[in-house]
Design a protein around this ligand. Structure first.
Ligand code: TPP
Ligand code: MG
Length: 270
């Protein structure tokens, strides 16, 4: 059984289901939120593979990336397009999902990831010293580039405490969810792009230390992302791993765009 904390997405999904589903989704990606996890897993297997050069769009990213998850993983999504995208995850057994759907405060997730990883690693150490089987998981954070810029120094805590963390950094030219809600072209949503995947070395993560390996790669398209998530070092989840996933600045899951559309309609109606 997967545990889901701070997750109000289910009621949003059922409302959308009642309102006719996800009208803008390509036919093959339309999912009924009431569909069982087993059927969803089968659905992932059936998705046709995108060509290697294809842009990574959010309408299938969150669903497809679920193939990377393993039982016992602790998975966090930052407020922004990631918190809506996470509604499409298909979680394995014994996974823990942490998101801030109710509070919607950006920059909570990187710090929460530090705390959750400390607890997970201490618990796993304790379990390994006691009899009985247990499932060893990984920490996987889906972080927005705008949110990361507010809390990046937490990477220093991650290195200092030798925390095993995997970060998928959604690199989409900053505040995309704000663009979707307010205005696609408002320049206050533009922030200086950083070399995110170099943050491990910038914040002093060790170089060439086999006991704390550092993994840093950028995925510009599906081909690169598939290759990266098959890498045994990343899969093992040991050390600090940062995968910068390049996405379009106007891209978000259709359910988020639809939600914004419904809210605007409601506001107009008073
Ligand atoms: C503390 C706080 N400040 C501002 C906001 C408004 N806000 C919500 S999402 C967001 C931008 C998030 O950008 P990013 O982390 O890059 O995520 P993206 O939507 O681009 O994936 C902002 C400014 C907020 N929710 N909380
Ligand atoms: Mg962003």
């Amino acid at each position: 059984m997967a545990k889901i904390y701070g997750y109000s997405g289910v009621s949003v999904l059922s409302k959308l289901a009642r309102s006719g589903g996800y009208p803008n989704w390509p036919e093959r990606l339309k999912l009924d939120p009431r569909c069982s996890v087993r059927n969803r897993k089968r659905e992932i297997e059936r998705l046709p593979e995108p060509c290697a050069e294809a842009v990574i769009y959010q309408d299938s990213f969150w669903f497809r990336i679920s193939k990377f998850f393993q039982p016992g993983d602790v998975i966090l999504t930052e407020t922004g397009t990631a918190s809506s995208g996470g509604n499409d995850f298909v979680l394995p057994r014994h996974a823990t999902m942490i998101n801030s759907a109710a509070w919607l405060s950006i920059r909570y997730a990187l710090g929460a990831c530090v705390g959750a990883t400390l607890v997970r690693m201490e618990w796993e150490k304790w379990r390994s010293e006691h009899p009985g089987e247990f499932i060893k998981g990984r920490t996987i954070l889906f972080e927005g580039d705008g949110s990361f810029q507010m809390t990046a120094q937490a990477v220093s805590d991650i290195s200092r405490n030798r925390l095993d963390v995997i970060i998928f950094l959604i690199s989409n030219d900053e505040y995309t969810i704000e663009r979707v809600i307010n205005s696609m072209n408002a320049d206050y949503n533009d922030v200086q792009p950083w070399n995110y995947f170099e943050s491990g070395s910038y914040f002093g993560a060790p170089k060439d230390d086999p006991s704390y390996p550092v993994f840093a790669k950028r995925a510009n398209n599906w081909g690169e992302l598939f290759e990266i998530i098959e890498d045994p070092q990343l899969k093992a989840g040991k050390g600090f791993s940062m995968v910068e996933v390049m996405m379009r600045k106007d891209d978000a899951v259709a359910s988020l765009k639809e939600l914004v559309h419904l809210a605007k309609q409601q506001n107009r109606a008073g």
